[in-house]
Ligand binder design. Structure first.
Ligand SMILES: [Zn+2]
Ligand SMILES: [Zn+2]
Length: 371
């Protein structure tokens, strides 16, 4: 099930990414030819987009120029949503002036912090938003989180940092993770993801100190956004309506279609949370889905299964289901990890929440600290 089975679409995405087009108005675009200096006109009509290039004119196909326009429209929709910007560290902390100069380094225990002097108010300061009084730099701390949430154990992370000359215990790594996951989680809760109409719920097993726990996950099909979760000890009697209620609260809507493997707890939860209550209520169809190995529709859930299975070894070293781990995994899945099936985008990109900067952990942590 390759995503890149359409070379015209692929070329179109390239054109859009390189910004080789101009928007004239909402019905008209000019797209650069890839083989000459010409520009082709892509114009909307009742039957869809038309392009003046030979490919479209003679073959009547959806050419790369039309794909470029369609892709940029998709992006545009996302841009109109939430953008979490990098914090501007080129301004004075006190008077917000841009007129600041570097004025030596302040030595921290393990790293040096740039000190600035403001030319307007004369104050000296360093900019370390979100990471004040930490024993390590933002880069080290976020690297530790990245390693941990891609499957390394706390001890491996600690060893890795030791090789970088950063001496801390694995307990310190854990404290960083707990502190920052909680901080980011509170901040991100205020933002509504724009998810699709088809949601899927499934359960995954977790073994923690030999005890079997169940993690339930509610995912959106279109964006792969992991909407909500619930953990419990016992599969048979589990009431998971809380997770479905959370899903409504988090996204501000109900899906049109809710897909599960048909286990009773899913049926009961759907009945109490999503079933149409009256004719004004939105209808949510419940599809009781039987698992087949060959079934592509299940890949989305299977992949999350894989992500979590990788963690099992690591999690066994913890005494209980600490919510920072699962919340951290959810943040990593939604906001940090780029997914092949989404053309390298994150689920949050697809759900209209764009996080800027090369280090999204830092962008998130600084914005969370600021708010
Ligand atoms: Zn064309
Ligand atoms: Zn100032």
């Amino acid at each position: 099930m390759m995503k890149h089975d359409n070379p015209r679409r692929e070329r179109g995405i390239e054109i859009a990414n390189k910004n080789q087009f101009r928007r004239i108005d909402e019905h008209t675009y000019k797209v650069k030819s890839q083989s000459s200096d010409k520009e082709y006109s892509v114009i909307s009509s009742e039957s869809g987009w038309n392009c003046s290039c030979p490919d479209h004119t003679f073959r009547k196909v959806c050419c790369k120029h039309i794909h470029a326009v369609e892709f940029s429209l998709q992006l545009r929709k996302q841009v109109e949503s939430v953008v979490i910007n990098q914090i501007d560290t080129n301004r004075c902390k006190f008077c917000n002036s841009k007129d600041i100069i570097k004025k030596g380094l302040r030595k921290n225990k393990t790293y040096n912090l740039q000190v600035y002097k403001c030319q307007i108010c004369n104050k000296r300061f360093s900019i370390n938003l979100g990471f004040e009084r930490m024993k390590a730099s933002p880069q080290v701390i976020t690297s530790a989180m990245q390693l941990y949430f891609t499957g390394e154990s706390l001890r491996n992370v600690q060893k890795f940092l030791e090789l970088q000359g950063v001496k801390i215990t694995h307990k310190t790594v854990w404290n960083w993770i707990r502190k920052y996951v909680n901080l980011m989680e509170k901040y991100l809760e205020q933002i509504t993801p724009k998810v699709g109409e088809k949601w899927r719920a499934d359960e995954l097993y977790l073994k923690i100190k030999g005890n079997r726990k169940y993690l339930y996950a509610l995912m959106d099909d279109d964006t792969r956004y992991w909407i909500a979760k619930q953990v419990s000890d016992n599969k048979v009697v589990d009431d998971i309506s809380q997770m479905l209620a959370d899903g409504k609260e988090i996204t501000g809507k109900k899906p049109s279609v809710f897909i599960t493997d048909g286990a009773n707890n899913f049926v009961n939860a759907w009945r109490s949370e999503y079933r149409q209550k009256n004719s004004f209520d939105k209808k949510t169809e419940h599809i009781r889905h039987i698992h087949f190995k060959e079934d592509n529709n299940n890949n989305k859930m299977e992949r999350l299964n894989g992500e979590i299975r990788d963690r099992e070894k690591v999690m066994r070293s913890l005494k209980r289901v600490d919510s920072p781990i699962l919340s951290g995994m959810q943040i990593h899945h939604n906001f940090i990890r780029s997914h092949m099936a989404l053309d390298g985008k994150t689920p949050s990109d697809m759900a209209g929440i764009k996080i800027e900067g090369d280090n999204k952990w830092i962008t998130l942590i600084q914005n969370a600290s600021k708010s």
